[in-house]
Design a protein around this ligand. Structure first.
Ligand code: FES
Length: 265
């Protein structure tokens, strides 16, 4: 983990209200993994004061080395609004990579990925990294959900060899009508999986965890939390853990990826 001044390579609208931001880095991300995140200082005038956490969408490679990172964000407030206005060449202070990562064990042959709304970045990064997995997978199904078709971002990037894509929208404007967890449940009624990896809104993750636990399928979830420091100092990101002495863990230090069975839902 390091703190560094990065340079904006691009800041492109990915869908209505969603942006992809590419940042040139000086180093430190060669071993960054899907699920890890960065804390970005939005603007140079310290307004807003606190850094914002963003999951890595992917790494930018040049001549065999990692020369940059990419994040995806949705404009939801003052910080992200300011970030949406960043232009190529601007400088942004970044701390990272932070947190832990999804871990797909060698024994996993059938994998399910689930992403809801702005939960796409670590799932996209994971899908891309699985292409390099030795021995590949027998099957990988990616479930992506959004409220409307405008909330489906980066879906074309899941069009990968050996991956099946299943899209849902709450309003039925694209893919299956209804929430993504209905599609997941239907698929698991017809077949099984060794592992589910998911990222998305809390209600979606809770439903995914319940579906997985009811079928005794391993499930890793990347959860969102309010993060002021990203480094275990402010205690703002605590989540309740089952059967632990203190009963709490830090999302920034112990997560953001947790075994679904660990969490108190
Ligand atoms: Fe401060 Fe986790 S964000 S302790």
């Amino acid at each position: 983990m390091m703190i560094q001044e990065t340079t904006v390579l691009w800041n492109r609208m990915a869908a209505k209200g969603y942006y992809r931001l590419g940042l040139a880095i000086s180093g430190g991300f060669d071993h960054a993994q899907p699920g890890q995140f960065v804390m970005v200082r939005v603007g140079s005038d310290n307004q807003p004061l606190l850094r914002r956490p963003f999951s890595l969408l992917g790494l930018i490679r040049e001549e065999g080395r990692v020369s940059g990172i990419e994040i995806l964000f949705k404009v939801v407030g003052q910080g992200t609004e300011k970030l949406a206005g960043c232009r190529k060449g601007e400088r942004l202070s970044v701390i990272g990579p932070l947190g832990n990562a999804f871990l797909v064990p060698d024994t996993c042959r059938q994998l399910i990925l689930v992403a809801g709304g702005v939960g796409v970045p670590p799932i996209r990064f994971l899908a891309q990294s699985l292409l390099e997995r030795e021995g590949g997978l027998d099957r990988c199904v990616v479930f992506i959900g959004g409220r409307t078709r405008d909330d489906l971002v980066c879906i074309s990037e899941f069009d990968l060899p050996g991956f099946l894509l299943d899209i849902s929208t709450d309003d039925g404007s694209q893919g299956n009508p209804g929430v993504v967890t209905h599609s997941l449940e239907k698929a698991l009624d017809a077949g099984t999986a060794d592992l589910i990896c998911a990222c998305g809104p809390p209600a979606m993750l809770k439903a995914v965890a319940a579906i997985a636990m009811a079928r005794d399928i391993d499930c890793q979830v990347s959860i969102e939390a309010m993060m002021a420091c990203g480094m275990g100092a402010c205690l703002g990101c605590a989540v309740r853990i089952r059967g632990d002495d203190t009963g709490y863990r830090h999302v920034c230090m112990d997560g953001p990826v947790f075994d679904a069975r660990q969490l108190v839902w």
